[in-house]
Design a protein around this ligand. Sequence first.
Ligand code: NAP
Length: 298
Amino acid sequence: MTADLISGTEIRKTILEELKKEVADMKAQHGTVPGLVTILVGENPASQSYVRLKIKTAEELGFKEIQDNQADTISEADLLTLIDKYNNDPEIHGILVQLPLPDHIDDKKVLNAIDPDKDVDGFHPVNVGRLMIGGSEVKFLPCTPAGIQEMIIRSGTETSGAEVVVVGRSNIVGKPIAVMMAQKGEGANATTTIVHTRTKDLEGHCKRADILIVAAGVPGLVKPEWIKPGATVIDVGVNRVGTSEKTGKAILKGDVDFDKAKEIAGKITPVPGGVGPMTIAMLMKNTVQSAKFAIEAK
Ligand code: NAP
């Protein structure tokens, strides 16, 4: 058996097309476009490239986008003042602060200063609390878990009553996706188990999973024989395992042995081209959502 491929690259394309249309309609009907600001402190090349990608995507969708570059000498107090300025700007619906920040600045203090109603990353404690409550309380889902759930829904995987096993308990992937899958609602209503390094029988848990979500950051951790035949496998892991001699680019592998797993699973995400491309699409979706909330609140 060969599994159906769940392509994040394809799903992202569809989502961005849907969002582009929503933005055009919003502009025509309300004269509002989503506004997104990305604050970048310093000149970390990896951060610069992430920010460029976010800004380029926002531009393509017709957002108002601001890339606010600050020197790495900015004081914590000045950065907090800057965030306050965007918190109070009605044309800005999403505020992102690119991490890492310089050592003299307290990340947590800065991220917690973002208005939770503009926290399109979904990491503010208020939004984490809203996620736990679920239903109409939820404003912004954290982007990578939201991307995972969207892939599960759009691949036609049945979640209601399904056994979902999540490998990993991080705050950015494992914990939120486990909670989201257990909530009432579309793409949820599952029975969820979280496993981690202290779990006694990792293999036994994985073997029960109708939907196996792996976010451990350990290449090839999940063996093909741990996969239930026909299961949906979402591989979140992105591991650099070498450099291609041909292209000079990093060789990326997931947490699942893809070539063998695809012969057992019913549906599976590749790495690269799986969960990775979804994250920015969900960030854009949150920003459009935030603009809609602002219009409703007028
Ligand atoms: P993390 O904070 O390092 O958490 C990893 C989790 O996996 C921890 O809970 C850890 O358990 C668990 N784990 C590690 N080794 C294990 C093992 N041998 N057996 C069982 N559990 C194990 O990682 P993360 O930030 O969640 O990221 C996980 C992976 O997803 C990484 O490869 C990362 O690059 C990737 N990722 C991709 C995207 C994207 O594609 N957009 C976004 C975020 C992350 P303990 O808690 O017990 O230590």
